[in-house]
Design a protein around this ligand. Structure first.
Ligand code: HEC
Length: 154
């Protein structure tokens, strides 16, 4: 690697790009990759009616075990900060449709509770719930889950 060469070329290339009116990502003053994930979920374009549906069903069905997202130690896992919820929406959909037992591990800890299958919920309802919990409990910039994604996991 020749860092001298790179540091000399960089401003020249960026200056030329600016002169020509080109957008060169490497020349942008604040690259997005330095942004640290925060505890506050980023805003996302989700229909408020879907979130309202998701919240209503969450309170009716999920909150008895997951409470307000914090769960019950050693019994029901927390949803706040769940990596599955954030990064694997399909797996979260399957959790709801098919239930789960003995599989969840958070900070090396397993949970003894049983999540029963909730497949009586419609595709629209599951999509609304999973969208709602992803938006409320994770910092994913793109919480939306569609009924089509749910149908694919049934
Ligand atoms: C009867 C209690 C109960 C209910 C009701 C329930 N859950 Fe769960 N949930 C659990 C348990 C227990 C686990 C862990 C199962 C395991 O260890 O495999 C779990 C796991 C999960 C996970 C996986 C978390 C992770 O980090 O891997 C998600 C997501 C989830 N539940 C979402 C929901 C949603 C959304 C609802 C409502 C539609 C719901 N749960 C209703 C008890 C419940």
């Amino acid at each position: 690697m020749n860092s001298h060469k790179t540091s000399l070329q960089f401003p020249v290339i960026c200056g030329l790009a600016a002169f020509l009116g080109l957008a060169v990502t490497a020349c942008s003053p604040s690259p997005g990759k330095t942004a640290a994930p925060g505890p506050v979920p980023a805003p996302a374009p989700v229909d408020p009616a879907i979130l309202a549906d998701g919240q209503r069903i969450f309170n009716e069905v999920c909150a008895q075990c997951h409470l307000a997202g914090e769960g019950v130690p050693s019994l029901n896992p927390p949803l706040i900060g769940s990596a599955v919820l954030k990064d694997r929406p399909e797996a979260a959909i399957r959790n709801v449709l098919k239930g789960s037992q003995g599989k969840t591990i958070v900070n090396g800890q397993k949970f003894t509770g049983i999540m029963a299958p909730l497949d009586y919920l419609s595709d629209d309802e599951v999509a609304a719930i999973v969208t709602y919990v992803r938006k409320r409990f994770t910092d994913t910039p793109d919480p939306l889950v569609t009924p089509k994604q749910v149908a694919a996991q049934r």
